[in-house]
Write a protein that binds this ligand. Structure first.
Ligand code: SIN
Length: 330
């Protein structure tokens, strides 16, 4: 019984924490719901989303009010983009890997070993090509407000993954991205696209053997608890499109829109300045919590690069050779 009471208390606390940002708007205010799938308190997207809401709700003084719904509590991966078009949510920050049904160009962000580090990715997103990509889905009704970096990605597995050959025959959860699927296939693994909210359970029950993610996602979603170890491959970028809909933005009064866009830009700059420190802190948090991290030698890392590089050619036509060249040169 004590166990049940404790579990119920924990559930109530978690629910209150997740809904904490959702109750601050007064009746009559213009409300924008911001939905996202990540959780915890130290995750870069959680911090950026909460900072946006705090600034808008304070500085815009009732002209606009943002309610934040983290951890897929309002919409998960499969429904959120559709919900934005239907007007059921107004602000999102999905991974750039999740737009395959709307644009092929975002595949450039998924190409393995495209960006040496997040600084290179930020240089690309600040370039003219990167800025143009914010508008790649305007015809659908989506407006890119900015890119929020999340981190480089690392493989975790139910056994140590030191060389790509270690991954042969393993099932890996991937985001809904054709590039990610091709990358896993190039390693001899089997890609299993799955919503983010289902990953912990799938790793725990053995539905999949491994996954790839940032330190912040691996720590805040506790993936390290149900995996043998994480390998520091840095093989791919995870970044988000901080976005809204044309319908929502066009519906704001011009002065309200201007102030919102200025705060959105400030929050984006700040989030990207702080993201590296947050990632490193969550790497440390994994170690402190008893997780294992495999650091690769240069030769071992080169083997991962070799195994995955053929994927670039496969997607050159979809993404565009010039865009790939620009991103690679950033
Ligand atoms: C996210 O960070 O928004 C989720 C990433 C994933 O689906 O792995």
């Amino acid at each position: 019984m004590k166990k049940i009471t404790t579990a119920l208390t924990a559930l109530t606390l978690a629910f209150s924490a997740s809904m904490a940002m959702a109750s601050e708007c007064d009746p009559g205010e213009v409300v924008a719901k911001l939905s996202h799938v990540t959780g915890g308190t130290t995750h870069p997207k959680v911090v950026a989303a909460n900072s946006l809401a705090e600034r808008v709700n304070k500085e815009m003084n009732g002209k606009l009010c943002i309610e934040v719904f983290p951890s897929s509590t309002l919409f998960g991966d499969s429904k959120e983009l559709e919900a934005l078009l239907l007007g059921d949510v107004q602000i999102l920050a999905p991974s750039l890997s999740k737009f395959g049904s709307y644009t092929r160009q975002y595949g450039v962000f998924d190409l393995p070993f495209m960006f040496k580090d997040m600084d290179a990715a930020i240089r690309f997103t600040n370039s003219d090509s990167g800025k143009d990509l914010l508008n790649a889905m305007n015809d659908v009704g989506f407006v890119g407000l900015g890119y929020w970096m999340s981190g480089m990605k690392y493989f975790s597995g139910n056994k140590a993954l030191i060389l790509p050959t270690d991954a042969e025959g393993m099932k890996f959860r991937v985001q809904a991205s054709d590039v990610a699927k091709a990358m896993i296939a190039a390693m001899g693994g089997s890609p299993q696209p799955m919503a983010f909210s289902e990953v912990y359970g799938a790793l725990q029950t053995g539905v999949v053997d491994g996954q790839e993610n940032t330190w912040s996602n691996i720590y805040t979603k506790k993936f390290f608890e149900v995996q043998n170890s994480v390998t520091e491959t840095s093989h791919q970028l995870l970044a988000y499109l901080f976005m809204t809909s044309n319908e929502f933005l066009d519906g704001l009064e011009p002065d309200v829109r201007k102030q919102f866009l200025q705060i959105a830009d400030d929050v984006t700059q700040e989030a990207n300045q702080n993201v590296k420190a947050k990632e490193l802190a969550n790497r440390e948090n994994i170690l402190k919590a008893g997780g294992t991290i495999n650091v690769l030698t240069d030769e071992q890392r080169a083997a991962w690069v070799d195994a995955m590089k053929p994927v670039w050619k496969q997607f050159e036509k979809d993404i565009g050779a010039q865009l790939i060249k620009t991103a690679a040169g950033a």
